[in-house]
Design a protein around this ligand. Structure first.
Ligand SMILES: Cc1ncc(COP(=O)(O)O)c(C=O)c1O
Length: 443
């Protein structure tokens, strides 16, 4: 079990008020808040050890280099990698996924090869591979999502074929929270010799991760979604694949030697970390990983399962038919994400009204537009029968509200959230006509 009250004291921002009310931060799938331990690790680096890395014999450079290298070790431990040099620091998941697409995909995908993606993909895992398909004249195939929010595993056998060169999927959906069956996908992909790229942006911060057991070839995740600083992220890769791969970005820090007609690359991870890295982000991320390891990822997981279980129960008891909920209803099958709409009230209006109560959520299509169109996720009741041809219309009519939890959230906050939603539901007709502020203040 987590000691949430003690944890909350580590997050200075939680004592802030928003619109005169205490902050309830339910936007953790977008980015998490930062504990004092992470903030202090960054400040300590700047105050006491700042220098560039790998470029000097002077003491500060040696200290900075050591801290930066140790950060690789901490992250390797966090995901149980075999070795620190399988951990490449990147700016975020998006960069990690692009790195694989360009460094591996560009050299290994050929005309008529097949790339398998899923309808559930975040744009950051979908679009780099669509670009590679375009450049190399390869074909893209998608694994569908069922109406209850799971990948359609029945399709695996005919979608993944001898022509499949790479299979890319999220371990957990950023909209529905669905935790996908990694073993099932890996088994099928490996049977045909395909590379497996997992997007861990929504799983690594929430579920214990063991890359030795996952069976994937690459795993990308973002530090800022697991208490770390923005500008921090990891691409983990299987060593034998990394050894075969040329760098994506080239330049300083990637090479052992350069002559006018030759270049000898460094080994991983340096080969893939071109230029002066985001040193303080890596150091801050290591502090975040240490923090999470100390409280235990099993405990993080259990805490979120309980919060989701409680939220779904309260939604069905209190709000019932007013709400459309998306994704698996079994909390064990999902991360701490609750996606919903209040029938016939626009998702952005709901998010703005919740902000009036000091509750931070995200609304929109969450960088997963194809998923919204496939499942017809819309506040309209009934949802649009067809996907409109006009892009503005599509962007307006599709979307949902997403509440996402983390270690500092409590059942009390969920109760407050349900209370706010109850109020919003009661005044929804007014909210559809008048500014949120006027309705919420009764002016
Ligand atoms: C599933 C998933 N993949 C990729 C990303 C991209 O992460 P970042 O913006 O940190 O690159 C996100 C961010 O929301 C995500 O949820």
């Amino acid at each position: 079990m987590l000691d949430v009250e003690t944890i909350r004291r580590d997050f200075p921002i939680l004592s802030r008020t928003i619109q005169g009310r205490r902050l309830v931060y339910f936007d953790n799938a977008a980015s998490t808040l930062k504990p004092i331990q992470v903030i202090e690790a960054i400040v300590d680096f700047y105050k006491n050890h700042y220098s560039n890395v790998h470029r000097g014999f002077h003491t500060l450079s040696q200290e900075a280099s050591q801290m930066y290298e140790e950060a690789h070790e901490v992250l390797a431990k966090f995901i149980n990698a075999y070795s620190w040099d399988e951990v490449i620091f990147v700016n975020n998941t998006t960069e990690g996924l692009n790195l694989v697409a360009y460094a591996w995909g560009l050299h290994n995908i050929n005309e008529d090869d097949e790339i398998v993606l899923t309808v559930m993909d975040h744009h950051s895992s979908m679009l780099p591979w669509r670009r590679i398909a375009e450049l190399k004249k390869a074909k893209v195939k998608y694994i569908n999502v069922t109406n209850d929010g799971y990948l359609d595993y029945d399709q695996l056998d005919h979608i993944i074929t001898e022509k499949t060169k790479v299979v890319v999927f999220p371990i957990a959906s950023n909209v529905l929270g669905t935790i996908n069956d990694v073993k099932k996908i890996v088994k099928k992909a490996k049977k045909v010799g395909a590379l497996v790229v997992a997007d861990g942006a929504q799983s690594v911060p929430h579920i214990p991760t063991n890359v030795r057991e996952l069976g994937v070839d690459f795993l990308a995740f973002s530090g800022h979604k697991m208490l770390g600083p923005t500008g921090s992220g990891v691409l983990w890769g299987r060593r034998d694949v990394l050894e075969e791969m040329k760098p994506f970005k080239v330049g300083g820090d990637t090479i052992r030697d350069v002559t006018l007609d030759d270049v000898i690359w460094l080994d991983s991870p340096w080969r893939f970390e071109a230029g002066t890295p985001n040193i303080e982000a890596a150091i801050g991320l290591a502090a975040a990983a240490r923090y999470l390891m100390k409280i235990g990822m099993e405990n993080v997981r259990q805490h979120e399962v309980e919060l989701v279980r409680y939220t779904l129960k309260r939604i069905s008891e209190v709000l019932g038919e007013e709400i459309k909920y998306y994704g698996p209803t079994n909390p064990e099958d999902k991360t701490g994400v609750v996606a919903f709409n209040i029938k016939n009230l626009h998702h952005h209006t709901v998010a703005k009204a919740l902000d009036f109560f000091g509750i931070a959520v995200r609304s929109g299509m969450h960088c997963a537009h194809p998923l919204h169109y496939a499942l017809k996720i819309s506040y309209e009741e009934p949802p649009p029968a067809e996907i409109p041809k006009n892009v503005d219309e599509r962007l307006k009519r599709f979307g949902c509200v997403r509440a996402s939890f983390y270690i500092y959230n409590t059942k009390d906050e969920v109760d407050y959230f349900i209370g706010a939603l109850t109020f919003i539901t009661k005044v929804k007709e007014e909210l559809a006509r008048k500014p949120v502020e006027a309705v919420c203040t009764g002016t």
